[in-house]
Design a protein around this ligand. Structure first.
Ligand SMILES: [Ca+2]
Ligand SMILES: [Ca+2]
Ligand SMILES: [Ca+2]
Ligand SMILES: [Ca+2]
Length: 431
């Protein structure tokens, strides 16, 4: 057992310093110690990986990492979270530097190997970067792709748009979408462009039209659904749209199985109106199904917390810095199911079973100097233990979760303006 101090932290969870958990796994990408301890309430402490910048910003390099102690004493200041009966550990991984005004991140396995990969949107001349997972030090040497629009990419999403079994990328600009066709070797080429006609603030993918290619959903002043129904695989057009009132600059969306009468449904946050709403497709019209007042909602996602088949909405609120899990009642109403209070300035939100104990967990990307990837571990009673904090080297603007080192355990990748910070499952040799 190499998570030796697990007993200090409770029966099912431990969060221990590097000395207890790291060093043993071969190839663990430990990072050099950085600033002083974190402000979190856990043992998690801060790190700041040494990084180098490549000569060509389009082919940025991975931050160098220093090996942890292998004599069992470990180095100080590293962040490792070990939890669960299997002694699973997560540790800060390398920091990938991309000085490109990064805006967004999504994940998928683009090259069909055993490692999930990421795509990052940027506000600079190389607007999309793809970085590949590997066994021990993932996301090295991102490959940059330029689109044909000279505007920022505000969000990215991943789906197999043409049904060839290879993931494709949707990059949203303020007024357009770029569709990038994936090749089996993990390279991409521009395959389509779509004019949106109004500001795009957030992007999601859903299956709103049975037996058709994935639907692209955007939100800005309008909520719009794009489909290729009856056209070529990368020839998307607006299938339906609905005005949302004022031209808010602070909206975000998610698509989930939210409504018993319609699959899927859209969850929206309207920060300026302190409102959360859900929307469903009725025939060819998008209609609002429900709404709830919630102070300054900043991020939203959907997941089935109670295992009952319908997703709950998870919303990060900027007012109380709280996250509320909602469940739609029989009349389309919201009901609060659970609440975590991260006390951080949340900018991004993901839900995954991070410690694979069967209960969904909540991960936040946070603002600040620096920001952090913050983990709250859920239990079967819809309560959350945390925060467990992994400091990034800058404020985070977006977050995604995937298995980047291919061990079957989720990892997290948070993106800031100029870097990607990884929290990686460490190879476990615990029996
Ligand atoms: Ca891959
Ligand atoms: Ca495809
Ligand atoms: Ca869990
Ligand atoms: Ca992993």
């Amino acid at each position: 057992m190499w998570c030796a101090r697990r007993e200090f932290c409770g029966a099912w969870l431990c969060a221990v310093a590097t000395a207890a958990c790291a060093g043993e796994p071969p190839g663990l990408p430990s990072v050099s110690s950085g600033s002083e301890g974190s402000s979190g309430t856990t043992v998690a402490s801060s790190t700041s990986a040494e990084t180098t910048v490549g000569p060509d910003p389009d082919t940025a390099t991975t931050g160098s990492t220093s090996a942890g102690s292998d004599d069992g004493t470990g180095t100080t200041g590293e962040t490792v979270l070990c939890e669960g009966p299997l002694g699973l550990c997560h540790a800060l991984g390398s920091v990938v530097v991309l000085p490109e005004d990064l805006t967004s991140i999504a994940h998928g396995n683009f090259d069909g190997d055993e490692y999930e990969d990421v795509v990052v949107g940027a506000g600079s001349r190389t607007q999309v970067h793809v970085a590949f997972g590997t066994a021990f030090n993932p996301l090295q040497a991102p490959q940059g792709y330029s689109t044909q629009f000279d505007t920022d990419v505000v969000d990215v999403a991943v789906a197999d748009l043409d049904g060839d079994g290879v993931l494709d990328i949707v990059a949203a600009h303020p007024l357009d979408l770029t569709l990038l066709r994936g090749a089996p070797d993990g390279t991409f080429s521009i395959a389509g462009q779509v004019g949106v006609g109004s500001s795009v603030l957030d992007l999601a993918i859903g299956d709103f039209f049975p037996d058709q290619s994935p639907t692209i959903v955007t939100v800005g002043a309008q909520l719009r659904l794009f489909t290729s129904l009856g056209r070529g695989p990368f020839e998307y057009f607006v299938a339906t749209s609905a005005p949302l009132g004022s031209n808010s600059a602070q909206r975000s969306l998610t698509v989930g199985n939210l409504d018993p009468s319609a699959t899927p449904a859209i969850g929206l946050t309207h920060r300026d109106a302190s409102l959360v709403s859900t929307h469903v497709l009725e025939r060819i019209d998008v209609v609002q199904a429900s709404s709830l007042s919630l102070g300054l909602p900043v991020a939203i996602t959907a997941a089935d917390f109670d295992g009952a088949g319908l997703d709950e909405l998870v919303v990060a609120s900027g007012s109380g810095d709280a996250v509320i899990v909602h469940q739609l009642g029989p009349n389309g109403d919201f009901a609060e199911l659970a609440r975590a209070e991260p006390a951080y300035d949340v900018t991004a939100l993901e839900v995954v079973d991070f410690n694979i104990d069967g209960n969904l967990d909540i991960l936040f990307g946070t603002d600040g100097d620096p920001g952090a990837i913050v983990v709250f571990l859920g239990d079967a009673g819809f309560s959350f233990i945390g925060p467990f904090e992994f400091l990034a080297n800058e404020a985070l603007v977006d977050l995604t979760v995937g298995d980047f080192n291919g061990d079957g355990i989720p990892d997290a990748a948070g993106v800031g303006m100029s870097s990607i910070t990884l929290v990686l499952s460490t190879p476990t040799n615990a029996g």
